[in-house]
Design a protein around this ligand. Sequence first.
Ligand code: FE
Length: 283
Amino acid sequence: MAKTRTIYQIMESQTTMEGAGVRLRRAFGQDHPKLDPFLLLDDFGSENPDDYMSGFPWHPHRGIETITYILHGEVKHEDILGNAGVIGQGDVQWMTAGSGIIHQEMPEKTNGLMAGFQLWANLPSSNKMMHPRYQEVKQSEIPTVQIGDKISVKVICGEVEGIKGPVQDIVTEPEYLDVTMQPNAVFKHPIKDDHNSFAYVIEGEGFFDDKKKKKVVKHHLVVLEDGDEIQISTSASKLRLLLISGKPIKESVAWSGPIVMNTQEELRVAFEEYKNGIFTKHD
Ligand code: FE
Protein backbone atom coordinates (compact mmCIF):
# COMPACT_ATOMS: atom_id res chain seq x y z
CA MET A 1 0.00 0.00 0.00
CA ALA A 2 1.20 3.48 -0.82
CA LYS A 3 2.58 5.51 2.05
CA THR A 4 1.34 9.07 1.60
CA ARG A 5 3.78 11.76 2.60
CA THR A 6 2.90 14.00 5.54
CA ILE A 7 4.10 17.52 6.25
CA TYR A 8 7.39 17.92 8.11
CA GLN A 9 7.42 21.72 8.14
CA ILE A 10 5.76 24.76 6.57
CA MET A 11 7.85 27.93 6.20
CA GLU A 12 7.06 31.31 4.67
CA SER A 13 9.65 32.59 2.19
CA GLN A 14 11.51 35.65 3.50
CA THR A 15 12.36 38.86 1.67
CA THR A 16 16.09 39.29 1.19
CA MET A 17 18.61 41.10 -1.04
CA GLU A 18 20.91 39.17 -3.36
CA GLY A 19 23.26 39.80 -6.28
CA ALA A 20 23.94 43.49 -6.81
CA GLY A 21 20.75 44.47 -4.96
CA VAL A 22 17.95 42.26 -6.21
CA ARG A 23 14.98 42.06 -3.87
CA LEU A 24 13.61 38.52 -3.76
CA ARG A 25 11.92 35.98 -1.51
CA ARG A 26 14.07 33.14 -0.21
CA ALA A 27 12.08 29.96 0.44
CA PHE A 28 15.16 28.28 1.92
CA GLY A 29 18.90 28.65 1.82
CA GLN A 30 20.43 26.08 4.11
CA ASP A 31 21.94 22.62 4.28
CA HIS A 32 19.07 20.62 5.79
CA PRO A 33 18.72 16.79 5.92
CA LYS A 34 15.08 16.98 4.73
CA LEU A 35 15.96 19.20 1.74
CA ASP A 36 19.21 17.48 0.65
CA PRO A 37 20.27 17.52 -2.28
CA PHE A 38 18.72 21.00 -2.59
CA LEU A 39 20.40 23.96 -0.94
CA LEU A 40 18.43 27.05 -1.90
CA LEU A 41 15.23 28.23 -3.55
CA ASP A 42 14.79 31.90 -4.46
CA ASP A 43 11.47 33.30 -5.68
CA PHE A 44 11.91 36.54 -7.56
CA GLY A 45 8.84 38.44 -8.67
CA SER A 46 8.31 42.17 -8.98
CA GLU A 47 6.81 44.80 -11.26
CA ASN A 48 9.27 47.38 -9.95
CA PRO A 49 12.54 47.48 -11.98
CA ASP A 50 14.35 48.85 -8.90
CA ASP A 51 13.84 45.39 -7.36
CA TYR A 52 15.55 43.46 -10.17
CA MET A 53 17.50 45.71 -12.60
CA SER A 54 20.84 45.38 -10.78
CA GLY A 55 20.82 41.64 -11.54
CA PHE A 56 23.57 39.17 -10.72
CA PRO A 57 26.84 40.48 -12.23
CA TRP A 58 29.95 38.31 -12.66
CA HIS A 59 30.33 35.64 -9.97
CA PRO A 60 31.69 32.09 -9.74
CA HIS A 61 29.99 28.77 -8.96
CA ARG A 62 31.57 25.43 -8.17
CA GLY A 63 30.26 22.12 -6.84
CA ILE A 64 26.55 22.73 -7.52
CA GLU A 65 23.86 23.07 -10.16
CA THR A 66 21.75 26.21 -10.51
CA ILE A 67 18.32 25.81 -12.08
CA THR A 68 16.61 28.96 -13.36
CA TYR A 69 12.93 28.91 -14.35
CA ILE A 70 11.49 32.14 -15.73
CA LEU A 71 7.74 32.81 -15.42
CA HIS A 72 7.73 36.41 -16.69
CA GLY A 73 10.39 38.54 -18.35
CA GLU A 74 13.79 37.53 -19.72
CA VAL A 75 17.21 36.94 -18.23
CA LYS A 76 20.41 37.22 -20.26
CA HIS A 77 23.24 34.97 -19.11
CA GLU A 78 26.82 34.79 -20.27
CA ASP A 79 29.91 33.04 -18.93
CA ILE A 80 33.64 33.54 -19.38
CA LEU A 81 33.88 30.39 -21.50
CA GLY A 82 31.87 32.25 -24.16
CA ASN A 83 28.47 30.67 -23.59
CA ALA A 84 25.61 33.17 -23.75
CA GLY A 85 21.88 33.21 -24.23
CA VAL A 86 18.54 34.53 -23.12
CA ILE A 87 16.27 32.59 -20.77
CA GLY A 88 12.82 33.69 -21.88
CA GLN A 89 9.36 33.37 -20.44
CA GLY A 90 8.59 29.74 -19.56
CA ASP A 91 12.17 28.62 -20.29
CA VAL A 92 14.48 26.69 -17.99
CA GLN A 93 18.25 26.75 -17.72
CA TRP A 94 19.72 23.78 -15.84
CA MET A 95 23.34 24.75 -15.29
CA THR A 96 25.78 22.25 -13.86
CA ALA A 97 28.61 24.43 -12.59
CA GLY A 98 30.73 21.38 -11.73
CA SER A 99 34.42 22.33 -11.57
CA GLY A 100 33.67 25.98 -12.19
CA ILE A 101 31.68 28.57 -14.06
CA ILE A 102 32.06 32.33 -13.85
CA HIS A 103 28.93 33.95 -15.17
CA GLN A 104 26.47 36.78 -14.93
CA GLU A 105 22.68 36.71 -14.97
CA MET A 106 21.07 40.05 -15.85
CA PRO A 107 17.48 41.07 -16.62
CA GLU A 108 17.02 41.67 -20.34
CA LYS A 109 13.94 43.85 -19.93
CA THR A 110 13.91 47.14 -18.12
CA ASN A 111 10.25 47.39 -17.24
CA GLY A 112 7.22 45.34 -16.35
CA LEU A 113 6.81 42.12 -14.41
CA MET A 114 9.86 39.95 -13.85
CA ALA A 115 9.24 36.64 -12.08
CA GLY A 116 10.83 33.25 -11.70
CA PHE A 117 12.78 30.88 -9.52
CA GLN A 118 16.34 29.81 -8.95
CA LEU A 119 16.97 26.46 -7.30
CA TRP A 120 20.40 25.22 -6.23
CA ALA A 121 21.06 21.48 -6.23
CA ASN A 122 24.19 20.11 -4.62
CA LEU A 123 26.53 17.70 -6.40
CA PRO A 124 28.04 14.64 -4.71
CA SER A 125 31.83 14.67 -4.11
CA SER A 126 32.34 12.37 -7.11
CA ASN A 127 30.72 14.97 -9.43
CA LYS A 128 31.74 18.29 -7.88
CA MET A 129 34.61 18.71 -10.33
CA MET A 130 32.73 17.41 -13.39
CA HIS A 131 32.79 19.25 -16.70
CA PRO A 132 30.40 22.25 -16.60
CA ARG A 133 27.23 21.70 -18.61
CA TYR A 134 24.11 23.57 -19.65
CA GLN A 135 20.73 22.09 -20.45
CA GLU A 136 18.70 24.95 -21.88
CA VAL A 137 15.06 24.20 -22.45
CA LYS A 138 12.62 26.44 -24.27
CA GLN A 139 9.03 26.73 -23.08
CA SER A 140 7.83 24.88 -26.20
CA GLU A 141 9.96 21.82 -25.29
CA ILE A 142 8.40 21.42 -21.84
CA PRO A 143 5.44 19.02 -22.02
CA THR A 144 2.19 19.89 -20.24
CA VAL A 145 0.37 16.81 -18.97
CA GLN A 146 -3.37 17.25 -18.51
CA ILE A 147 -4.89 15.01 -15.82
CA GLY A 148 -8.68 15.10 -16.02
CA ASP A 149 -10.07 18.60 -16.51
CA LYS A 150 -8.71 20.10 -13.28
CA ILE A 151 -4.99 19.42 -13.19
CA SER A 152 -2.17 20.34 -15.54
CA VAL A 153 1.50 19.65 -14.94
CA LYS A 154 4.50 21.11 -16.75
CA VAL A 155 7.17 18.42 -16.59
CA ILE A 156 10.56 20.13 -16.55
CA CYS A 157 12.40 17.13 -15.15
CA GLY A 158 11.01 13.76 -14.09
CA GLU A 159 7.94 11.89 -15.25
CA VAL A 160 4.16 12.31 -15.00
CA GLU A 161 1.70 9.81 -16.50
CA GLY A 162 4.48 8.32 -18.61
CA ILE A 163 5.56 11.71 -20.03
CA LYS A 164 9.19 12.57 -19.35
CA GLY A 165 10.57 16.09 -18.96
CA PRO A 166 13.34 17.38 -21.27
CA VAL A 167 16.03 17.79 -18.59
CA GLN A 168 17.80 14.42 -18.35
CA ASP A 169 20.78 12.65 -16.78
CA ILE A 170 21.08 14.68 -13.60
CA VAL A 171 23.09 12.93 -10.88
CA THR A 172 20.62 13.41 -8.03
CA GLU A 173 17.66 12.10 -10.12
CA PRO A 174 15.56 15.21 -9.48
CA GLU A 175 11.97 15.80 -10.42
CA TYR A 176 10.85 19.39 -11.09
CA LEU A 177 7.15 19.94 -11.78
CA ASP A 178 5.03 23.08 -12.18
CA VAL A 179 1.53 22.01 -11.14
CA THR A 180 -1.71 23.97 -11.66
CA MET A 181 -4.91 22.75 -10.00
CA GLN A 182 -8.46 24.03 -10.31
CA PRO A 183 -10.75 24.12 -7.22
CA ASN A 184 -11.91 20.76 -5.79
CA ALA A 185 -9.14 18.68 -7.33
CA VAL A 186 -6.88 15.94 -5.99
CA PHE A 187 -3.41 15.30 -7.44
CA LYS A 188 -1.71 12.07 -6.45
CA HIS A 189 1.84 11.56 -7.60
CA PRO A 190 4.43 8.89 -6.83
CA ILE A 191 7.76 10.01 -5.38
CA LYS A 192 10.60 7.58 -4.67
CA ASP A 193 10.55 6.79 -0.95
CA ASP A 194 14.26 7.50 -0.46
CA HIS A 195 14.05 10.92 -2.15
CA ASN A 196 13.48 14.19 -0.33
CA SER A 197 10.60 16.33 -1.53
CA PHE A 198 9.18 19.80 -1.07
CA ALA A 199 6.52 22.02 -2.60
CA TYR A 200 6.36 25.81 -2.97
CA VAL A 201 3.06 27.63 -3.43
CA ILE A 202 3.17 30.12 -6.33
CA GLU A 203 -0.52 31.10 -6.35
CA GLY A 204 -3.68 30.22 -4.50
CA GLU A 205 -3.92 27.71 -1.66
CA GLY A 206 -4.27 24.01 -1.00
CA PHE A 207 -3.56 21.01 1.18
CA PHE A 208 -0.42 18.90 1.04
CA ASP A 209 -1.36 15.77 2.93
CA ASP A 210 -4.34 13.44 2.83
CA LYS A 211 -5.64 14.57 6.26
CA LYS A 212 -6.14 18.15 4.96
CA LYS A 213 -5.29 19.59 8.35
CA LYS A 214 -3.37 22.67 7.24
CA LYS A 215 -4.18 24.96 4.35
CA VAL A 216 -1.00 26.25 2.76
CA VAL A 217 -1.03 29.63 1.02
CA LYS A 218 1.10 31.61 -1.45
CA HIS A 219 4.81 32.13 -0.70
CA HIS A 220 4.98 29.12 1.61
CA LEU A 221 7.33 26.15 1.39
CA VAL A 222 6.09 22.71 2.41
CA VAL A 223 8.85 20.30 3.42
CA LEU A 224 7.58 16.73 3.22
CA GLU A 225 8.21 13.62 5.27
CA ASP A 226 9.23 10.34 3.63
CA GLY A 227 6.69 8.30 1.68
CA ASP A 228 6.19 6.92 -1.81
CA GLU A 229 3.32 9.19 -2.86
CA ILE A 230 2.15 12.74 -2.39
CA GLN A 231 -1.46 13.85 -2.28
CA ILE A 232 -2.21 17.51 -2.97
CA SER A 233 -5.78 18.82 -2.95
CA THR A 234 -7.72 22.04 -3.39
CA SER A 235 -11.06 23.21 -2.00
CA ALA A 236 -12.62 26.52 -3.12
CA SER A 237 -9.44 28.06 -4.57
CA LYS A 238 -7.05 27.37 -7.40
CA LEU A 239 -3.49 26.35 -6.65
CA ARG A 240 -0.21 26.62 -8.53
CA LEU A 241 2.92 25.11 -7.06
CA LEU A 242 6.37 23.80 -7.73
CA LEU A 243 6.82 20.15 -6.69
CA ILE A 244 10.46 19.17 -6.45
CA SER A 245 12.19 16.02 -5.26
CA GLY A 246 15.64 14.46 -5.45
CA LYS A 247 17.98 11.85 -4.08
CA PRO A 248 19.77 13.02 -0.93
CA ILE A 249 23.57 13.11 -1.12
CA LYS A 250 24.25 12.69 2.64
CA GLU A 251 27.76 14.16 2.57
CA SER A 252 29.41 16.93 4.56
CA VAL A 253 28.71 20.42 3.17
CA ALA A 254 31.23 23.28 3.17
CA TRP A 255 29.40 26.28 1.73
CA SER A 256 30.43 29.87 1.21
CA GLY A 257 28.35 32.10 -1.06
CA PRO A 258 28.17 30.62 -4.58
CA ILE A 259 30.60 27.73 -3.95
CA VAL A 260 29.63 24.49 -2.21
CA MET A 261 32.24 21.81 -1.52
CA ASN A 262 32.68 19.00 1.04
CA THR A 263 35.53 20.45 3.10
CA GLN A 264 36.79 23.85 4.25
CA GLU A 265 40.11 23.11 2.52
CA GLU A 266 38.30 22.61 -0.84
CA LEU A 267 36.51 25.93 -0.28
CA ARG A 268 39.79 27.68 0.50
CA VAL A 269 41.37 26.30 -2.68
CA ALA A 270 38.34 27.38 -4.75
CA PHE A 271 38.46 31.00 -3.56
CA GLU A 272 42.27 31.05 -3.92
CA GLU A 273 41.96 29.85 -7.53
CA TYR A 274 39.26 32.43 -8.22
CA LYS A 275 41.48 35.18 -6.85
CA ASN A 276 44.40 33.98 -8.97
CA GLY A 277 42.40 33.67 -12.19
CA ILE A 278 42.76 29.87 -12.46
CA PHE A 279 39.21 28.98 -11.38
CA THR A 280 37.76 27.41 -14.52
CA LYS A 281 39.19 23.99 -15.40
CA HIS A 282 37.44 23.15 -18.65
CA ASP A 283 36.96 25.05 -21.89
FE1 FE B 1 24.83 32.41 -10.62
